[in-house]
Design a protein around this ligand. Sequence first.
Ligand code: ZN
Length: 263
Amino acid sequence: MSSFSRFAAIAVATLLSIATSRAQDAIPSVPRELLEDIATGSRVLADLGVVDAFGHVSARHPTNPKHFLMARSVAPAQVTAADIMEFDENGEPVDARNRAVFLERFIHAEIYKARPDVNAVVHTHSPGVVPFSVSRTPLRPLYHNAAFLGEGAPVWDIGKEFGATDMLVRNNAIGKSLAAALADKSVVLMRGHGDVIVGPAVQAAVFRAYYTDVNARLQAQAIGLGSDVTYLSAEEAAKADGVNMVIMDRAWALWKQKVQPGK
Ligand SMILES: [Zn+2]
């Protein structure tokens, strides 16, 4: 190897090592595990067909609760821990470094502001859910895994407050309206768009996002059978939701294994 090529090789290796360490230290105050959970949740929802090229998963910042963490603008199946960025309470990036950010980040900003109990937010355009966002048939829990729907899943119509838009939550005012419609629930449907799901942790929000989609598909099938459908009662839903919160670790372990890089 000539001295020039040796120099070039060392220079490239140094630059790569700087780039890698910068990516790993993207948000030094946040445990690596939480960044991994956000990335894993994104890839899991893509693997389960709940999101495709669009949709996002976020978590509240663990030590600065006004801020939240979310990937740069990238398809959910491609998110890694190095893609996670920090955003302030208005949804603006703290350290953008020329990275593109999601247009609908205001969904997350306004929900974290309105709901101190929420530590994770998921937004999807879930194909199972969209029909319920444009119909007068309410989404209701058909089976135990979707018991959290027992508290209700309101439909938010962007047109009621904002007229004819491109349907996107592209500013704080629209995000605030959506957060108000969510109120104290776990799920809000967005008319002609998708849904938003919240939880006390990333795992819970991902679990609920998946079973909201599955329940919607099953409910449409059950309604299609033509006779009256029996839903979970409020008491059954409350009891089953308590169990789900305990057993969701098993689902998370399975889903996580399936989306590990290299699988
Ligand atoms: Zn959207």
